[in-house]
Design a protein around this ligand. Structure first.
Ligand code: ASP
Ligand code: MG
Length: 437
């Protein structure tokens, strides 16, 4: 059993979809199960459409045009998605009447991109004589918690999916990205969440491998838009991949790795535009690679929260109090750096952050910086490499960039440095230069 996940660009037009069909055909002996994203751009159109609808302008035009164009280019009957478009149309009108958009209705709308895409892909496969059936993941038992926009699967999901897929005829073509909570509300696993669906299915089916088909040839030593001569990385350990995923959401979704880790399933990242390229395989154990550092990643849009308490000195319980506030508002903290009288944390999803700051201000002085970038040097071998931190900091110093915060966790897999966003590229280039060239 093999899980093959195709992202939006892999399903973006007729030519790409032809490649997808050929890839599926070549893997039929391995009994593939497909996971599909929405066609490129459709999720964005849906989200924008929902916002417009709630603002009083319900208009399904853009979504309808895009879907029908794809179906026509594939020579499929546009009627295939009529019922979905009809339902969406009703929902947009409902949103316009209500004049508000809840996270719950946003998820319900967003899920339609995948719902329609699997119908098209299954139909194309059947037309090319590969038996296939479209499967809606929520109907097949992908049950999640009720956190709209960032749901995670509940334990029973795995057995549910295994049972449901055993009954499917031909190649199952499963919707990525979506699930359903225990009350029956549609949920989504977060942007790019189809990768997550792929490993959830991999775990459910004890797959031999999960293939993530995307538009890049796996992981590189740095973002090629910043470092044009970045090199491909052949293999990554799960720990490295989890660290990287947080920054490189372009390659894999952060939570993706977890279900694969639990079952020791290799996850291979491959490029639909260059199917012969070896890609990057993420494995439980390390390959033979010798490099001290695996990759340099970065992420902008980081909020840095500085919490200072005059009374922290020699006091116990302050940290607990601080993190309790974050927990209360369900705000995820990424990097943490502390000194004797202050704590600095980075947050990348600011939902709930204003409430956190209000509460923190009841017992401390808080300052915020909203345009920071996190640069991370990642590699399990860093642990054994002496002098590496020295090299990193002198390179940043020579580039004349101020360091806003640093964190180097106990596992020594990820050295994180926060810098002003306008200097992010300089830092990545300087580090790539000293660490790889
Ligand atoms: N279609 C969803 C998104 O654009 C999920 C995915 O592509 O993985 O975020
Ligand atoms: Mg994606």
């Amino acid at each position: 059993m093999l899980v093959m996940k195709f992202g939006g660009t892999s399903l973006g037009d007729r030519e790409r979809i032809d490649t997808v069909v050929a890839l599926v055909r070549s893997r039929l002996p391995r009994r593939p199960v497909l996971v599909c994203s929405a066609h490129a751009g459709v999720t964005d159109l849906l989200l924008e459409g929902a916002r417009q609808a709630a603002a009083g302008k319900p208009d399904l035009g853009a979504v309808r045009t895009r879907e029908e164009a794809i179906l026509r280019s594939l020579k499929l009957n546009p009627k295939l998605v009529d019922a979905d478009l009809e339902r969406l149309d009703q929902m947009f009108r409902g949103l316009a009447l209500l004049g508000e958009l809840t996270p719950r209705s946003l998820d319900q709308v967003a899920a339609f991109g995948e719902r329609m895409a699997v119908k098209a892909i299954a139909a194309v496969l059947r037309r090319r004589r590969i038996p296939a059936t479209a499967v809606q993941a929520d109907e097949a038992g992908l049950v999640t918690d009720g956190r709209f926009g960032r749901a995670t699967p509940r334990a029973e999901t795995y057995a549910n999916l295994k049972r449901a897929l055993a009954k499917v005829d031909g190649v199952p073509v499963v919707t990525g990205f979506l699930g359903r909570d225990q009350e029956g509300n549609v949920t989504t696993l977060g942007r790019s969440g189809s990768d997550f669906t792929a490993t959830i299915l991999g775990r459910a089916l004890a797959a031999e491998e999960v293939e993530i088909w995307t538009d890049v040839s796996g992981v590189l030593t740095a973002d090629p838009r910043i470092v044009p001569d970045a090199q491909p990385v052949e293999n990554l350990t799960y720990a490295e991949a989890s660290e990287l995923a947080y920054y490189g959401a372009k390659v894999i979704h952060p939570a993706t790795i977890q279900p694969a880790v639990e079952k020791g399933i290799p996850v291979r990242i491959l490029n639909t535009m260059d199917p012969a390229a070896p890609g990057t395989v993420i494995m439980p154990v390390r390959g033979r690679r010798k490099a001290r550092v695996t990759s340099i990643a970065s992420k902008r849009g980081i909020h840095l929260v500085n919490i200072v308490s005059g009374r922290m000195l020699g006091q116990s319980g302050f940290m607990a109090k601080v993190f309790d506030v974050f927990k209360r508002h369900d705000v995820i903290v990424d990097l943490i750096a502390t000194s004797e009288v202050s704590v600095t944390v980075s947050v990348d999803d600011p939902q709930g952050l204003p409430e956190v700051v209000d509460d923190l201000r009841e017992f401390s002085t808080v300052t915020m910086r909203e345009s920071a970038s996190l640069v991370a040097v990642i590699g399990e071998r860093m642990r054994q490499a002496s002098g590496l931190a020295g090299q990193v900091f002198s390179a940043i110093g020579e580039a004349g960039v101020p360091v806003l915060a640093i964190s180097y966790g106990a596992t020594k897999t990820n050295l994180q440095i926060v810098v002003p966003t306008e200097r992010e590229r300089d830092v990545v280039r300087a580090l790539h230069n000293v660490l790889f060239e």
